[in-house]
Design a binder for this molecule. Structure first.
Ligand code: OGA
Ligand code: NI
Length: 350
């Protein structure tokens, strides 16, 4: 173990590096071109969820629907996850990545099918160029099935993260209800479509990088799940592809960034869009981001909602199990072309 440890994680290796090691360097045509990024955050909608359970519900549902349709991304305020739960989640995440490497490595695995694992980059088994990211990824619903696999150091990790997960799940379900309603479907349509449901979480750790122009934290991709709730610390790094340009989504304290994943795009028969996004790194600050990926269970059969299919709007996708989709996503690597294209309906006459 000792001979391989420095190669497994970015962690301590890079904190002293003056140059980005070659295995992280992208070819010139595939670099982030940071100077071309739109600085303004103003174009990504911010939705106040305060009235979602009150008399203003219809208006909030409408705002969510239009954000899903035109942007695929929005930030939410007054989302119901208490500030102290968020603060504790960010704190324990930082503490985990400050543990000695030997301690962190107890969770290491490069096998994407493991339900709790620490790893680096995206999928080190398949990729040629690595990403400037370490991450802890774990399943968290049903909580009791997975919590015993999670790190037990820091000592409060399981309690703090378990608490955050429960709140994040409640928020995901409220958003799925609003999304169903905004499409004119039964309130519980999306929740039911996800069958037994699943919830995965990642804690992404992006160390400072001496040459951020040469590499990515995470290259351009779309999320394969149903809906993602992203908690970020105060450091910028997330960018969304919009009208042909990359736009920085700068963090708003205690707000969460929500984005539509591929499964909602399929279920909505392309009414709502899963949008390309990426994470870039910087040369001065480490960054932590914590996505909650709310997903169907692997056995869920996903396809366009019947109510959204008619002569003018034929089914854009065939039906598939989420397990099939998820395997395809992990095996092909992060690419600009969407994994969705592999699941399009064929329009050939039968
Ligand atoms: C992801 C993701 C963005 C970020 O983990 O899928 O898009 O800012 N993360 O870390
Ligand atoms: Ni993502």
């Amino acid at each position: 173990m000792a001979t391989t440890t420095t190669r497994l994680l970015l962690g301590d290796l890079v904190s002293h590096a003056k140059n980005v090691p070659l295995r992280y360097v992208r070819p010139p045509s595939a670099r982030p071109h940071l100077s071309a990024v739109e600085k303004s955050n103003a174009t990504i909608p911010v939705v106040d969820l305060q009235e979602l359970s009150g008399s203003g519900r219809a208006m909030v549902v409408k705002a969510i629907g239009s954000a899903c349709q035109s942007d695929g991304f929005f930030q939410v305020k007054n989302h119901g996850i208490p500030d102290d739960v968020i603060g504790a989640m960010l704190r324990v995440s930082k503490e985990f990545f400050r543990l000695p490497e030997s301690e962190r490595l107890k969770s290491y695995s490069d096998d994407p099918s493991r339900t709790t694992r620490l790893s680096t980059s995206f999928n080190v088994r398949t990729e040629e160029v690595c990403n400037w990211r370490d991450f802890l990824r774990f399943h968290c619903y049903p909580l009791k099935d997975y919590v015993h696999e999670w790190p037990s150091n820091p000592s409060v990790f399981r309690e703090v993260v378990g608490d955050y997960c429960k709140h994040a799940r409640q928020l995901a379900l409220r958003l799925l209800e609003a999304i169903s309603e905004s499409l004119g479907l039964e309130k519980d349509y999306m929740e039911k479509a996800l069958a037994k449901q699943a919830q995965h979480m990642a804690i992404n750790y992006y160390p400072p990088c001496p040459q951020p122009e040469l590499t990515y934290g995470l290259p351009s991709h779309k999320d394969p799940n149903a809906i993602t709730l992203l908690l970020q610390d105060g450091v910028s790094g997330l960018q969304v592809f919009r009208n042909g340009k990359w736009v920085a989504v700068d963090p708003i304290p205690n707000a969460l960034v929500i984005n539509i994943g591929d499964q909602i795009q399929v279920l909505s028969n392309d009414r709502y869009k899963s949008v390309l996004h990426r994470a870039v790194v910087n040369d001065s600050s480490e960054r932590i981001s914590i996505p909650t990926f709310y997903c169907p269970s692997p056995d869920a059969v996903i396809g366009p909602a019947q109510a959204l299919v008619d002569e003018q709007h034929p089914a854009v996708y065939r039906s598939f199990t989420y397990g099939e989709y998820y395997d395809a996503f992990w095996n092909r690597g992060l690419q600009r072309e969407s994994c969705l294209d592999m699941f399009r309906a064929t329009n050939d006459p039968i």
